[in-house]
Design a protein around this ligand. Structure first.
Ligand code: CAA
Length: 703
C-alpha cells in the first residue's frame, strides 16, 4: 500500500488570508495525515491575529475526492473527517473552499463544512458513497439538505451523480464559479467575506422539515420498489435526510454517524469496496515495468458485425479516429446502417444532441479496402469466430499494418498463440476480448500469449483504459482455447446448470434461483439472448471431453430451430417485440423425453441447491484458472464475473464470496459432489492448497 506523504498539508499566507494547501497525490484522499494536517493548519491560521479569513485549496489535478477508502478497514484515527468538518464549520474566521477537478464524497463534505465555496468552471461535485455501499458520513447528509434542499440532496446522494460547477451554483451548493485563476479568486473572495459574521450559514439555515415529509416518504417507497427493503445504504440515506429535516444539527449528525457505521460494517459495502479496488488492481499489468502504452490516435477495426460496430462506437465515443473495414459494398452499408441506427437511438433518447451524433460520425471512415490499415496505430480484427478465416485475415493484416502498429484479435475461444503465429508477426498480436454490447460493457479481457511483446500488451491495455473500460489480463498458453477467464468460467457454470436440468430442475427454476441470488438474468435467459446456435457451433467445432458428462438438451433444441430470442422460441417463448418470455412447454416436454431416453429419474433441487452448485462450479473453475496462470489474481476473476457476467457487485465477486464461505468448506463440499461428475467437481489444486493451508483467495491477491 502506498504511504501518504509525511506532510501533505501546508499553511501559506497571502496578506490577511491564510491558505491551507492539501497535497496528497494522486487524488488528495483525506487520510489521517491530511486530516491532522488540515486541523493543525486551521487552528494555527485562526489563532494568528493577522488572519482575517482562510482558504482551503488543493494542489494537483483535483480537490479531495473523499475519505481514504483504504482506511475503512483499519481502527479509526482522530480527527475523524466528521470532527474535522465540525472544526471547520465552527472556525471563528470565515473559511472558503477553493474547488478544482472533482470534489467527491468526503472532499465535498469538507467543502460543505466551509462557510463559502468557490469553484473553477470545469470543477465537478458529487457524493458517490452509495457506490461503495455507504453514505456521506462526515456531516454531508445533514449539510447538503440544508444547502440545496432535501429533494436535490436525495437525488445527489441516491444516484451518486456529479454536477458541474455551473449547475452547482444554481443549486446553491457553491457560492461562486470562476474562469480565472482559482487560487487568486479564492483569496480575493476570502478577503471580501473576511468581515462577515456569523461565519456559518449551514447551521442557521432552517429547512421546512414537515413540508417535505411527503416527498421523503415517496422517495423511501421508490427506493423500496427499485432496490428492495434490504438495500441498506439507500434506505439509510433517506433516514438521514429525514433526520436533517426534523432534528437539530447535532442530533442529525448522531443519526448519520450510527447509519454510517451500520453501512460500513455491511457485507454489501465490503463487496462494493472490494469491487472498487479489484477493478483498479486488474488494470495493473506486469508488463508495465518494461513498456509504457504507445500513443494511439487512429484505430482500425476489421469486421463491422455486431461486435466490430460496437467496438467502433466505443472508440468514437472516446475520441479516436476510426476506420472500419468491411467486405464489399453491402458489408460497408450494413455496418453504416448499424452504427447510424445506434446514433439515431441515442439522439432520440436524449443521450446525445443531434450535433454530437453527427460530429461523432465525422471521425468514422467506412471502407472495403484493407490497404487503409497502414495508417492505423492499433487494429482490431473482429470478423467471424472461425480459426481459418481469422488466421488468413491476421496474415493479411500483418502484411499491411505499420511495423509499430499493434494488432488485436477479438477471438473468444480460438487458440490465440496459433492465431498470432499465423499473422507472421506474433510479437505484435494480442487478444482484445470485448463483451457485447461492446459500446456499453466495461470489461475487456486482454489476451497475452507467450510471444506477445510487452509493448503490444501495454499499448492494448492503454487503449482499453482510454475507452473508459477495465482491462483484465488473461495469460493464455499455446493450445488454450477455452475462452480466457470469463468464458472458461461460463462453461463450468453452464455445465453445472445443464446437469441439474437433465437431472430434474427446469430452466425457469434455475434462472429464478440465480436471479434471486442477484444476477440480472439466469443462464437460460442469457442463452436465449445470445442465440443457441452460436454455442452449438462452438460445441460442434471442438472435440468432446470423454471424461465429462454431455447434456444434449441444447443441441436438440437447435435441431428443432429453437434458437432463443432471435427465433422467438428458446427456453422461453417470446411474443413479438418482447424480451421477457414465458417458459416454453415444448422444451419441458423435450427435456422429459430426453430424461426418459437416458433412463434418468428426475429429482428435486431446491433453489439453494441450485445456487450452491453453480457457485461451487464458478469458484472451482476460477481456482483452476489461477493454477494454470490464466488469471493472475483472484480479484481479476471477481472483476470479470461482475463486469462481464453480472455477478452481483455488492457481493464483490465469486472469489470474495468463496472467502466468506472459506476455501476449506468449499473444498469439502466439492469432495461430496466429486463422484457425481469428477471433471466438474474435482477440486482445483489451488483450492486444495488453500484449504490445507487454511488460507483464503484474498491471500493470493497481493501477487
Ligand atoms: N481513497 C483511497 N484511494 C483512492 C480514492 C479514495 N477515496 N480514490 C481514488 N483512489 C486511488 C485509486 O485506488 C488509485 O490508486 P492506484 O493508482 O494505487 O490504483 C488512484 O487513487 C487513482 O484513482 P483512479 O485510477 O480511479 O483514477 P481516475 O482518474 O480514473 O479516477 C476518481 C479518479 C474519479 C477520483 C476515482 O478514483 C474515484 O471515483 N474515486 C472514489 C471516489 C469516492 O468514492 N469518494 C468517496 C469516498 S467515501 C467517503 O468520502 C465517505 C465519507 O463520507 C467519510
Amino acid at each position: 500500500m502506498k504511504q501518504a506523504p509525511k506532510h501533505p498539508v501546508r499553511l501559506e499566507r497571502q496578506g490577511n488570508v491564510a491558505l491551507i494547501v492539501i497535497e496528497n497525490p494522486p487524488v488528495n484522499a483525506l487520510g489521517v495525515a491530511v486530516r491532522r494536517g488540515i486541523a493543525a493548519a486551521l487552528n494555527a491560521a485562526v489563532a494568528h491575529d493577522k488572519t482575517d479569513a482562510v482558504v482551503i485549496a488543493a494542489n494537483g489535478r483535483t480537490f479531495p475526492v473523499g475519505a481514504d477508502i483504504r482506511e475503512f478497514d483499519m481502527a479509526p484515527q482522530e480527527p475523524s473527517l466528521g470532527q474535522l468538518c465540525n472544526l471547520i464549520e465552527r472556525a471563528q474566521k470565515p473559511v472558503v473552499a477553493a474547488i478544482q477537478g472533482t470534489a467527491l464524497g468526503g472532499g465535498l463534505e469538507l467543502a460543505m463544512a466551509a462557510h463559502y465555496r468557490i469553484a473553477a468552471k470545469s470543477a465537478r461535485m458529487g457524493l458517490p458513497e452509495i457506490h461503495l455501499g455507504i453514505l456521506p458520513g462526515a456531516g454531508g447528509t445533514q449539510r447538503l439538505p440544508r444547502l440545496i434542499g432535501p429533494e436535490l440532496a436525495l437525488d445527489m446522494m441516491l444516484t451518486g451523480n456529479q454536477v458541474g460547477a455551473g449547475i452547482a451554483v444554481e443549486m446553491g451548493l457553491i457560492d461562486l464559479v470562476t474562469d480565472n485563476d482559482l487560487r487568486t479568486e479564492a483569496v480575493a473572495y476570502a478577503r471580501s467575506v473576511a468581515v462577515t459574521r456569523p461565519t456559518s450559514a449551514n447551521r442557521t439555515h432552517l429547512v421546512d422539515g414537515v413540508g417535505y415529509m411527503a416527498s421523503v416518504a415517496a422517495r423511501r417507497e421508490q427506493v423500496t420498489m427499485e432496490l428492495g427493503v434490504n438495500a441498506l445504504a439507500p434506505h439509510k440515506i433517506v433516514d438521514c435526510v429525514e433526520a436533517a429535516l426534523l432534528l437539530p444539527m447535532e442530533t442529525g449528525l448522531e443519526v448519520e454517524r450510527s447509519a454510517f457505521e451500520d453501512c460500513i460494517a455491511s457485507r454489501e459495502s465490503e463487496g462494493l469496496r472490494h469491487a472498487f479496488f479489484a477493478e483498479r488492481a486488474a488494470a495493473k499489468f506486469p508488463e508495465a515495468t518494461e513498456a509504457k502504452p504507445a500513443q494511439v490516435d487512429r484505430v482500425a477495426i476489421v469486421g463491422g458485425g455486431m461486435m466490430g460496430s460496437g467496438i467502433a462506437i466505443a472508440a468514437l465515443q472516446s475520441g479516436f479516429t476510426v476506420t472500419l473495414v468491411e467486405q464489399g459494398e453491402s458489408g460497408v452499408n450494413a455496418a453504416l446502417e448499424r452504427i447510424g441506427a445506434y446514433y439515431e437511438r441515442s439522439v432520440a433518447k436524449g443521450r446525445l444532441s443531434e450535433a454530437q451524433g453527427a460530429a461523432a460520425l465525422t471521425h468514422l471512415q467506412l471502407t472495403n479496402k484493407l490497404d487503409t490499415l497502414g495508417e492505423a496505430d492499433l487494429i482490431v480484427e473482429a470478423i467471424a469466430e472461425d480459426f481459418d478465416l481469422k488466421a488468413q485475415m491476421l496474415a493479411e493484416i500483418g502484411a499491411l499494418a505499420r511495423p509499430d502498429a499493434v494488432i488485436a484479435t477479438n477471438t473468444s475461444y480460438l487458440d490465440l498463440a496459433a492465431l498470432a503465429e499465423a499473422s507472421g508477426r506474433p510479437a505484435d498480436i494480442v487478444g482484445l476480448h470485448f463483451f457485447a454490447p461492446a459500446q456499453v460493457n466495461k470489461l475487456v479481457e486482454v489476451g497475452v500469449h507467450d510471444a506477445a511483446s510487452a509493448q503490444s500488451v501495454m499499448t492494448a491495455q492503454g487503449f482499453v483504459r482510454a475507452l473508459g473500460k477495465t482491462p483484465v489480463r488473461a495469460r493464455v498458453h499455446a493450445g488454450f482455447g477455452a475462452g480466457y477467464i470469463g468464458n472458461s468460467i461460463l462453461e463450468a457454470y453452464r455445465h453445472a446448470a445443464d446437469i441439474m436440468l437433465e437431472d430434474g430442475a427446469t430452466p425457469a427454476q434455475i434462472d429464478g434461483a440465480m436471479r434471486s441470488f442477484g444476477f440480472q438474468l439466469g443462464p437460460y435467459q442469457v442463452a436465449d439472448l445470445s442465440g443457441l446456435d452460436i454455442a452449438y457451433a462452438r460445441r460442434q467445432s471442438k472435440p468432446r471431453d470423454p471424461d465429462a458428462r454431455y447434456v444434449e438438451i441444447a443441441d436438440k433444441m437447435v435441431e428443432h430451430g429453437w434458437l432463443g430470442q432471435k427465433s422467438k422460441r428458446g427456453y422461453y417463448i417470446y411474443a413479438e417485440g418482447q424480451r421477457q418470455g414465458v417458459p416454453n412447454g415444448d422444451v419441458l416436454k423435450l427435456i422429459a423425453e430426453h430424461r426418459a431416453q437416458k433412463g434418468i429419474t428426475p429429482r428435486k433441487f431446491s433453489d439453494r441447491d441450485i445456487r450452491d452448485r453453480i457457485l461451487l462450479a464458478i469458484v472451482n473453475a476460477g481456482a483452476r484458472l489461477l493454477g494454470e496462470g490464466v488469471a493472475a489474481r483472484p480479484s481479476d476473476i471477481d472483476v470479470v464475473m461482475m463486469l462481464g457476467f453480472g455477478y452481483p457487485r455488492s457481493r464483490g465477486g465469486p472469489m470474495m464470496d468463496a472467502d466468506a464461505t472459506t476455501p476449506s468448506i468449499i473444498a469439502s463440499r466439492l469432495s461430496v459432489l466429486e463422484p457425481e461428475e469428477p471433471a466438474l467437481w474435482g477440486a482445483a489444486p489451488v483450492l486444495t492448497m488453500l484449504a490445507q493451508e487454511r488460507q483464503k483467495f484474498a491471500d493470493l491477491n497481493a501477487g
